[in-house]
Ligand binder design. Structure first.
Ligand code: ATP
Ligand code: MG
Length: 552
């Protein structure tokens, strides 16, 4: 893996390094991490943080990082998600080589380990219903009550567990529980369920199993089987760590005991990343699929035009902490701008066009002007831009009664057309509602290329030559969600999260391929939409505007 960002990322993970370095001073002589997604949805930018961290740490210590699908729950998992997750990790710039694993391929082993726990008297088959179990669990101040089935003999437990596996019982009729301590102050240690019955088809193992291991049993076992040295996970699993350690210790078969290290999840302002929420938006058609450019899914930000290197830089910049916090979206946008500014061609598009007729320019004539494709990057070359009597400019670049310090076009005032000429407004025509239909102007042929030795103008505006302009749909985005007291999670979809305008663009812009990026002069960075762009019907998405709220 060649990946600068990941390397540096590792260095901002201070407390994690302390643990690892401590371990390396002892018996441990290698670092092996893993990224363990559950294939029940698409990855989001929070997962990107975990990916950068796990692959980054492994690389930094000359170790390895596995990709392991944590597919122990047959209910919500699907190969569609497996494939998208692989694609997204590759896109981010990481590679698991030949270390692709599935938790479901350990089902036989997990079953053996469960049997081993039963034989040791450390697990029992319980007939309590879910409701009874909840009732008997106690709470933070009240100890739980032992299950009436807790003292079944080893033989009876082995027999019942075997019959659970054979399909003799219905879903929920019996469970296998670890025998730990119903009075433990840690609720996770109160005889947790480690196997449940579920007569469901699994995306990988099919109908082979009707019992499935619970996450808290399966996860530490998966790590231990793979020889994971450092099991990096998010904070909510901190209280589960004693249970994981118990599982590994009681099974006792493993050479490597994984050390779990927790870090704070990434949260971003103005958006929601939880798979459940995203899935609901997708399934109720409130967005254009998992890759809707408004979403913080990896495929969404890819279609939005974000770059993998910008995402990696962002993950490195925000660092890794032990306390939950929310990162400003402006910081992510800053990373995107920084990444795009040096080598994205700049061209002209008008998002809210109004026509300008240049009355002293000969009718039926036009000319080509040479314009650089980037102000500082000569390697991007130059192009020929057509100019003539009729052009479009932004409606907001003209004001009939301008305030002081308005340097754009207004009656009797001059403005520079980027790469073309100075023009002066001589009048306007309006429709019956007073809306300006056409602006009239004259140009000064002595100012070709926008240069003039005798006088200065303060404003430079963008424009497109009307007869050659290409109509394009342009999507502009705002926050995905807005606060909403009446909804379950306190948010609802922002009705203004997408606004589509009919723009006029230079032919140079329309003559591109899906996923090509441009800076539309003064308007931001844009990308040709991967799903809907065609040369006949161009569609562009705004990646990010030019203004930054974030200062590094
Ligand atoms: P979600 O709650 O968004 O559905 P998840 O935690 O259920 O996410 P998993 O597939 O279980 O999703 O996650 C795979 C890995 O990514 C886990 O190690 C998890 O801790 C990590 N992860 C998930 N969300 C974030 C986040 N917001 N920030 C950092 N890491 C995350
Ligand atoms: Mg999960």
């Amino acid at each position: 893996m060649t990946n600068e960002g990941a390397n540096k990322f590792g260095e901002t993970a201070g407390f994690i390094h302390n643990y690892i370095q401590e371990d390396l001073k002892g018996e441990l002589n290698k670092v092996h991490t893993r990224f363990p997604p559950e294939p029940n949805g698409y990855l989001h930018i929070g997962h990107a943080k975990s990916i950068c961290l796990n692959f980054g740490i492994a690389e930094l210590y000359g170790g390895k990082c596995n990709l392991r699908f944590d597919d122990t729950n047959p209910a919500k998992e699907d190969v569609e998600f497996v494939n998208s997750i692989k694609e997204d990790i590759k896109w981010l710039g990481f590679d698991w080589d030949d270390r692709l694993y599935f938790a479901s391929s350990y089902f036989d082993k997990m079953y053996e380990f469960a049997v081993k726990l039963i034989k040791k008297g450390k697990a029992f088959v319980c007939d309590m219903t879910a409701a009874e179990m909840k009732e008997a669990r106690g709470d933070l101040v009240t100890p739980g009550k032992n299950s009436p089935w807790r003292d079944r003999s080893v033989e009876e437990n082995l027999d019942l567990f075997e019959r659970m596996k054979a399909g003799e019982f219905a879903d929920g009729e019996k469970t296998l529980r670890a025998k730990i301590d119903m009075a433990s102050p840690n609720m996770n240690m109160r005889d947790p369920v480690i196997y449940r019955i579920s007569h469901m088809t699994h995306h990988a193992s099919g109908d082979k199993w009707c019992i499935y291991p619970m996450y808290d049993f399966a996860h530490p076992v998966e790590d231990a089987i793979e020889g994971i040295t450092h099991s990096i996970c998010t904070l909510e699993f901190e209280d589960h760590r004693p249970l994981y350690d118990w599982v590994i210790r009681e099974i006792g078969d493993f050479k490597v005991i994984p050390r779990q290290i927790e870090f704070a999840k990434l949260n971003l302002t103005d958006t929601i990343m939880g798979k459940r929420y995203l899935r609901n938006l997708v399934e109720t058609n409130q967005v254009d699929g998992w890759d809707d450019p408004r979403l913080c899914t990896i495929c969404g930000i890819r279609r939005r035009g974000y770059t993998p290197s910008a995402v990696r830089t962002f993950c490195e910049m925000i660092g890794v902490a032990k306390a939950n916090s929310t990162v400003d979206m402006g910081q992510l946008e800053y990373c995107i701008r920084e990444d795009l500014k040096g080598d994205t061609p700049v061209a002209m598009a008008v998002l809210d066009p109004v026509k300008v007729v240049i009355t002293n320019y000969p009718e039926g004539q036009s000319e080509f002007l040479t314009v650089a494709n980037h102000p500082d990057n000569e390697a991007l070359g130059e192009r020929q831009v057509e100019f003539g009597r009729e052009i479009y400019i932004e409606r907001e670049d003209f004001m009939e009664e301008p305030p002081k310090k308005y340097f754009r076009l207004s009656p009797d005032k001059e403005v520079r057309l980027k790469g073309a000429y100075f023009i002066k407004c001589t009048g306007v025509s309006k429709d019956e509602n007073g809306v300006i239909q056409t602006i009239y102007a004259t140009y000064d042929p002595e100012t070709k290329g926008g240069n003039c030795l005798t006088r200065k103008v303060k404003g430079t505006i963008h424009w497109v030559y009307a007869p050659a302009a290409v109509k394009a749909k342009v999507n502009l985005y705002e926050n995905l969600v807005v606060k909403d007291e009446t909804s379950d999670n306190g948010y609802s979809l922002n009705p203004d999260s997408i606004k589509t305008v009919d723009a006029m663009v230079e032919p140079y812009i329309a003559d591109c391929s899906p996923m090509d990026r441009f800076q539309f002069m003064r308007l931001g960075y844009f990308i040709a939409d991967s799903k809907h762009f065609t040369k006949e019907n161009p569609v562009f998405n705004r990646i990010v505007s030019l203004k930054s709220s974030f200062k590094p």
